[in-house]
Design a protein around this ligand. Structure first.
Ligand code: NAG
Ligand code: NAG
Ligand code: NAG
Length: 521
């Protein structure tokens, strides 16, 4: 799909576009302008460091109520104290289905509980892991702006197997003896030690288990206009390639856990997960099959972070009758999506396939990208594209900030790794949110930046969900991109008033896209 190219793009983008952005950041940094573009990493945190960023990325559709606006802040370093829980059945590449409850104590000790299931609705618990350890926050991440690097030290991992069938499956995949534990003989419901500091990690690795996710951390606080606040904990992403996952250092995030005391209401899953223990795993209620249609316009709920360091929002429109789609990926250089870098608009055809046999409830799709248009939103990006060889990436010498270029005549853009036309194998699913509004989950992009251009590379997990803009709004087909360049982040940051203007701005911003990064899906 659109993203097909997107995947490729990310590699190229990285190596090319990003270099420009990176240079620019360094210049700003050195100049000491205090620009928000760059978050100064502190060598180490002192108790008083407070690099709280202010702001707000505001999603959304025209018809959203201004009251829905939220202001988002994130402290660096993050404050982790408390218990953080899954808000739904989580799907990891593989696929693996799990729920998590992590507790951080002020003395840096942590206790994490992970419940694994055999089914995609988290209704049939297989086993639970109880993890004890310590976490040391190290420094603001240089790679993933807004994130904090941390170092987990595991002291112990315990396992409780919940059924005889689960025991059999585990025993067949693990070394016969782990830490003196003979898996074939464990009693369901009883806690056994699977790892301690004296034992090797063979058993953990065989399970595909690691806590590398604690290597990158971000806590976002949403301040709602009605006075409520919601705390979300973003932990590092899990590599989509199973063989990489135990040593991959994350540069993107998983879907956030929410603070047990400050979460979105209602959240029945939060309560179940919060009250669970290794002996009593949460059994999530079966959902009625969400029978939503793809038709309409779907947008990101928030500023999203991709493993390879870019920040973006997505905005897709699908027309099931014509089987055509358009995806707009807006890329930014900051974690609040306030500094636009470039916008990618991809379009083409798609076909719905069979229900997925790996992720029950999800559906397979094939996307074809036939057209990609790009708008540079800042000078360095325009310059980089402008310097490509003639015939390789749009009209060489014709790139200008705010002016869209069609890459179709050059069959893509070599420097961005975009090839046209391009095909992608996808996995979609629908799920209702806490207000019973439909959410669209599109397949996770391969972490290595490649594209799922073969059926074997079809995703088994998902990106952040998108929300439907109700009312069947049409995507704005008028070229909105010319005007976009006129907005800068300062305007975006006007949160106090100017609601209408903000809404307009957001609309404009949303309109674009990014396949590149990862897009699409
Ligand atoms: C950072 O500063 C803000 C405003 O001064 C304050 O409300 C917040 O509690 C501080 N955070 C930390 C971690 O000190
Ligand atoms: C792109 O190249 C053309 C021709 O060399 C030049 O006139 C124009 O200023 C360049 N644009 C940018 C944004 O560098
Ligand atoms: C912003 O809102 C405040 C109160 O909500 C109001 O007093 C003020 O006049 C508004 N400013 C503008 C520029 O609309």
């Amino acid at each position: 799909m659109k993203c097909a190219e997107a995947g490729n793009m990310s590699n190229g983008l990285f190596s090319h576009l990003l270099k420009g952005a990176w240079l620019l950041w360094q210049v700003l940094f050195v100049a000491g302008t205090g620009s928000k573009l760059w978050e100064v990493p502190t060598a180490s945190f002192t108790s008083s460091s407070n690099l709280s960023e202010g702001l707000h990325w505001v999603p959304h559709c025209q018809n959203r109520h201004p009251q829905d606006r939220v202001r988002i802040t994130a402290d660096v370093p993050p404050r982790l104290d408390g218990t953080w829980v899954s808000t739904r059945c989580e799907v990891r590449p593989g696929p693996e289905f799990l729920t998590r409850s992590y507790t951080f104590h002020p003395n840096r000790h942590l206790q994490a509980l992970q419940h694994y299931y055999t089914d995609s609705t988290c209704g049939d618990p297989a086993y639970s892991l109880l993890i004890w350890g310590k976490l040391r926050l190290r420094q603001a991440s240089w790679i993933t702006s807004g994130g904090t690097e941390a170092e987990p030290h595991l002291s112990k991992v315990g396992i409780v197997v919940h059924s005889v069938a689960a025991r059999q499956r585990l025993a067949s995949g693990l070394p016969p003896v782990c830490v003196g534990l003979t898996l074939g003989r464990v009693v369901p419901g009883k806690l056994y030690e699977l790892y301690n500091t004296r034992a090797g990690r063979g058993c953990l690795a065989a399970l595909g288990f690691s806590m590398m996710e604690l290597g990158l951390i971000r806590v976002e606080m949403q301040h709602h206009s009605h006075g409520g606040k919601i705390l979300e904990l973003f932990l590092g992403d899990i590599h989509t390639d199973w063989t990489q996952r135990t040593h991959y250092r994350p540069t993107g995030y998983q879907q956030p856990l929410q603070n047990a005391m400050h979460h979105i209401h209602p959240c029945p899953v939060c309560a179940l997960v919060y009250r669970s223990s290794e002996q009593r795993p949460p059994v999530l209620p079966r959902r009625s099959a969400a029978s939503a249609s793809l038709a309409g316009r779907w947008v990101s709920q928030r500023c999203e972070t991709r493993p390879t360091v870019l920040f973006l929002t997505r905005d897709f429109s699908f027309d099931p009758e014509q089987q055509v789609w358009e995806g707009i990926y807006r890329h930014y250089s900051d974690p609040f999506c306030s500094q636009p870098m470039f916008t990618l608009r991809a379009s083409g055809h798609y076909a719905q396939g069979n229900p997925s046999s790996k992720v029950l409830g999800a559906t397979e799709f094939v996307f074809k990208v036939t057209q990609v248009r790009i708008t540079a939103m800042e000078e360095p990006t325009a310059k980089l594209l402008n310097e490509t060889r003639p015939g390789k990436c749009g009209r060489a010498g014709g790139w200008e900030v705010g002016v869209e270029q069609d890459l179709t005549p050059t069959h893509g853009c070599t420097v961005l790794g975009i090839k046209l036309p391009h095909k992608e194998f996808e996995l979609f699913k629908f799920e209702p949110d806490h207000r019973k509004h439909p959410l669209l989950f599109i397949g996770e992009r391969p972490t290595d930046g490649s594209s799922p251009d073969r059926p074997q590379k079809r995703p088994t997990s998902f990106q952040a969900p998108m929300v439907l803009c109700s009312g069947g709004e049409r995507p704005h087909h008028q070229p909105p991109h010319h005007s976009e360049s006129g907005f800068n982040s300062k305007q975006v940051q006007v949160t106090g008033n100017g609601t209408e203007r903000l809404t307009q701005l957001v609309l404009l911003l949303l309109g674009s896209v990014l396949c590149s990064l990862s897009g699409i899906h």
